[in-house]
Design a binder for this molecule. Structure first.
Ligand SMILES: Cc1cc2nc3c(=O)[nH]c(=O)nc-3n(C[C@H](O)[C@H](O)[C@H](O)COP(=O)(O)OP(=O)(O)OC[C@H]3O[C@@H](n4cnc5c(N)ncnc54)[C@H](O)[C@@H]3O)c2cc1C
Length: 420
């Protein structure tokens, strides 16, 4: 039986290992942390559930992913289904609230803003269709100058922390709504809610948030925790990791570590380009806030640095400790990159919903940033390593903006190519 080393016990590594097990392989998973989950890890703070990164919810557009996922869980007993209820807070008080996505709800904006937006739509309808060169061009071209200035620019400058002209657009495909002028007008006339997003409706665990997913997927696997794998050596036939011998390796960590860890196969031609790959981190601040009916709140305000509130306390009643006052709930408040403690506290004081700080965690790698060559370069490296029995998949292995379900889909695709 082929023995396969899987590096990383995030969603990608865990689902890869489960799929390998079903196929009759013998996977051994190595994880540097003491618990499974990677980005989807959660922990309890004062009895309430802190998603240490984001506030993960699940759904998928791929039928095979859904079937595989629900073969691991009891859907109705262990999960609840919810409709996304997301809004944009256009001011700091939380008084001007527009449902998300803002372009479908322009009829709720002030009359003057609506008139400017209608002018924009007329201009856009008559403009020649040009492929945008960068994110700013895309946003202006797709949503018009008025909504760009009101929401898209300030919100995205907080997310990206750079001039939006410097943001490439290849990552966007399939991630953002791409409505035509006709669709925007139709959606406004008919008050149409956005239903094309993968998370327009979503599933959420009744207990323990996304940690529940990680724990279940780790069940029955041979996982070796607290082992940071920095040396993966090929001897011409087999791979050696921590004294163990493997026929194949599937790496589900970060590609920047991958090229440093591989010995015995020369990947130096890729090192420099991989070293320069860009990324963002996120500071996830766990707070108690005033109770709202929302799932996500987008914040374009320039008066503070947080761009999004994920109202995780609304996702499951077990996410709030029993002592939580009825008019309060828990949430993850997100900031791009590393924010020091005193800045966090200063920012919270400027935000709506009276956030009270409970805990925070900075995750260095959360959003991969691609340039126009990233996908080709990574595909080339895959093709180079495959004959040696070395494979990789995952959000930071593939440097792709994967959601959990897409990471599972990529694992399904990879494992389907492996034969004993
Ligand atoms: C803010 C935010 C919100 C998100 N919200 C959602 C959502 O609501 N729904 C959704 O579906 N997706 C969401 N996602 C995406 C989701 O987090 C990812 O798709 C998924 O977690 C990726 O899993 P992964 O296994 O590829 O990577 P990771 O979770 O990064 O896992 C990698 C694992 O490998 C381990 N590792 C790395 N290197 C080594 C090494 N050398 N040795 C040993 N172990 C190693 C790490 O410790 C880690 O456990 C969100 C992402 C972010 C950043």
């Amino acid at each position: 039986m082929d023995k396969i080393a899987v590096i990383g016990a995030g969603v990608s590594g865990l689902s890869t290992a489960q799929l390998l097990l079903t196929k009759g392989f013998h996977p051994v998973v190595f994880e540097r942390e003491s618990v499974p989950g990677g980005l989807i890890k959660c922990k309890r703070i004062d009895g309430s559930l802190f998603h240490t990164c984001g506030g993960h919810v699940f759904n998928s557009k791929r039928q095979d992913v859904l079937e595989w996922f629900w073969s691991k869980f009891q859907r109705e007993e262990e999960f609840s289904k919810a409709d996304r209820n997301s809004v944009v807070f256009l001011d700091d008080t939380g008084d001007t609230i527009i449902p998300y996505p803002i372009e479908n709800h322009a009829y709720l904006l002030d009359a003057d803003i609506q008139k400017h937006f209608i002018d924009d739509l007329l201009t856009m309808a008559n403009a020649e269709n040009q492929y945008p060169n960068n994110f700013e061009d895309f946003l202006r071209g797709r949503f018009g100058e008025t909504l760009y200035k009101l929401y898209f620019q300030p919100y995205n400058e907080k997310v990206w922390r750079r001039n939006l002209r410097q943001v490439p657009i290849s990552w966007l495909i399939g991630k953002l709504p791409m409505p035509s002028v006709e669709e925007i007008i139709f959606n406004n006339f008919n008050h149409v809610e956005e239903k094309t997003f993968v998370h327009s409706t979503f599933w959420y665990e009744k207990k323990d948030g996304s940690q529940f997913i990680a724990n279940r997927l780790a069940d029955g696997l041979d996982v070796i925790y607290s082992q940071d794998i920095q040396h993966i050596e090929y001897d011409g036939h087999y791979w050696h990791i921590l004294g163990g011998t493997f026929d194949k390796v599937i790496f589900c960590g970060n590609i920047k570590d991958l090229v440093k860890a591989i010995k015995g196969v020369d990947v130096s031609a890729y090192s420099e380009r991989i070293e320069t790959l860009e990324y963002h981190g996120t500071t996830a601040v766990f707070c108690e806030i005033d109770k709202t009916p929302y799932s996500w709140i987008y914040q374009p305000s320039r008066n503070h640095e947080s761009h999004r509130i994920i109202c995780t306390g609304n996702f499951a009643s077990s996410n709030n400790d029993r002592s939580m006052p009825i008019n309060r709930s828990t949430a993850t408040i997100e900031f791009t990159d590393k924010v020091p403690m005193n800045d966090i506290i200063n920012n919270l004081a400027k935000m709506p919903l009276h956030p009270k700080y409970l805990a925070h965690q900075y995750n260095k790698y959360t959003y991969p940033i691609q340039d126009n060559n990233t996908r080709d370069m990574i595909q080339n490296l895959k093709e180079f390593l495959t004959p040696f029995g070395f494979y990789f998949t995952g959000r930071f292995a593939d440097w792709e903006y994967y959601n959990m379900d897409v990471a599972i889909g990529a694992a399904i695709d990879l494992v389907s190519t492996l034969n004993k």
